[in-house]
Structures are given as structure tokens and as C-alpha cells.
Design a protein around this ligand. Structure first.
Ligand code: AMP
Length: 195
């Protein structure tokens, strides 16, 4: 299924290898050229700035979602197609989920991991049935992926739920895998108002 709006989770820092921001920019351009809007954290810095700048330059639509209180601290991007100011981090993440047809995580720190794990937990609970992609740039997430396999081996994560995180090394292959994704977790437990 064609993705009209993709949420990108990624570092507020650029990392210390230029390959990270280069791949972030590749993803931004790829989505823009494919007519896919981007929803993200709204910052002009780090990986986030790299995705947004490249997508805007390629003529794409980029939507930032930023908690009001953090707008100055987080170096809000001044040139976005839309900026939504919300009242809390929780509201931010809920709106990012609601506005998007799929999610991509690029390299980042705790914020990125938290967003990826949360949106995957929501998929696991059947709150949404949207594709989730992890772009494992230069093996950055190898340790995290091994940890997920360890969690399966130890009986804390089902092998099916492990499959919710589609993983590729580069953006085009990842977007292709996400567009092929067929939901396999039923919407059984909660709805969004119950999170
Ligand atoms: P981190 O990976 O810890 O750098 O956190 C990045 C993720 O958390 C992004 O996907 C954002 O949604 C959110 N976030 C953390 N710091 C910022 C920031 N300075 N500006 C905007 N969003 C941020």
C-alpha cells in the first residue's frame, strides 16, 4: 500500500559519522520524490534537520510536531510546511502516530528508541496496524536487533511481534518493505482513547 504520510523518528544529534546524516537526507529526498509527506519532531538539528532539509529542498511536505514548552530549546525548524505545537510529549507522540500511515526509525538515541518501542508496543496491542521500519544504517542498530532476538529466546517477546519491526540497511529497500507490509496483529485489546 502506498504510504501517504510517514513519521520519521531519529536523533536530535547527527552522530559522529557523516553516513548517518547522508542516509537521513536520502530518506527525506526519497519520500519527497515519492509524494509522501513527512511527520517528525520538528527540530532543525541533527538527523531530524537532515531529513527535513533534504525533503523540503526536494519539494516535499514536512510537518513538525513540537511540545510548546520546548519550541525554543529544541531549535524548531523555521521552514516547515506545517508546525503543530502541542501541550506535552504524550500529545506529540499520539499526534505523530495519528497523522501517519507508517513509521521509520533512523539512528538516534533514547528519544528515538523510546518512540520506536512505543509505536511497536501499540502495534503489538493492536492499537494500530501500520508498518514500522528500522533503517539499520552502517549496522548502528545491530546490538538492539540482537537484544530483540534475545528477548524472543528468553520468552519475553513473541516471534510474531518481533516481526513487526521491518529492518533494512537503506531507505529504498525499507520503504518498499513497508509498502508490502500486511498487518497480522488483530485489533483486539485497546483503542487509542485507552492508551
Ligand atoms: P534522541 O534520539 O534522544 O536524540 O531523540 C530524538 C527523538 O525524540 C526525535 O524523534 C524527536 O521526536 C524527539 N526529540 C528529542 N529531542 C528533540 C529535539 N531537540 N527536538 C525535537 N524532537 C526531539
Amino acid at each position: 500500500m502506498k504510504l501517504n504520510v510517514v513519521c520519521v523518528y531519529c536523533g536530535s544529534s547527527p552522530g559522529n559519522d557523516p553516513v548517518f546524516t547522508e542516509v537521513a537526507a536520502d530518506l527525506g529526498r526519497l519520500l519527497a520524490h515519492g509524494g509522501t509527506d513527512i511527520v517528525y519532531g520538528g527540530s532543525s538539528w541533527g538527523m531530524m534537520g537532515a531529513v527535513a532539509d533534504a525533503a523540503l529542498e526536494a519539494g516535499g511536505r514536512v510537518i513538525g510536531i513540537l511540545p510548546r514548552g520546548l519550541a525554543s530549546k529544541e531549535k524548531a525548524h523555521p521552514g516547515l510546511s506545517e508546525m503543530h505545537l502541542v501541550d506535552s510529549m504524550h500529545e506529540r507522540k499520539a499526534l505523530m502516530e495519528k497523522m501517519s500511515d507508517g513509521f521509520v526509525a533512523l539512528p538516534g538515541g533514547l528519544g528515538t528508541l523510546e518512540e520506536l518501542c512505543e509505536v511497536t508496543t501499540w502495534a503489538q496491542l493492536g492499537i494500530h496496524q501500520k508498518p514500522i521500519g528500522l533503517c539499520n544504517v552502517a549496522g548502528y542498530f545491530d546490538g538492539f536487533l540482537s537484544f530483540l532476538d534475545h528477548a524472543v529466546a528468553k520468552g519475553f517477546l513473541s516471534a510474531d511481534h518481533r516481526r513487526l519491526i521491518l529492518t533494512e540497511n537503506q531507505p529504498q529497500a525499507l520503504v518498499d518493505a513497508m509498502e508490502r507490509f500486511e498487518p497480522f496483529v488483530d485489533k483486539i485489546w485497546l483503542d487509542e482513547s485507552e492508551i
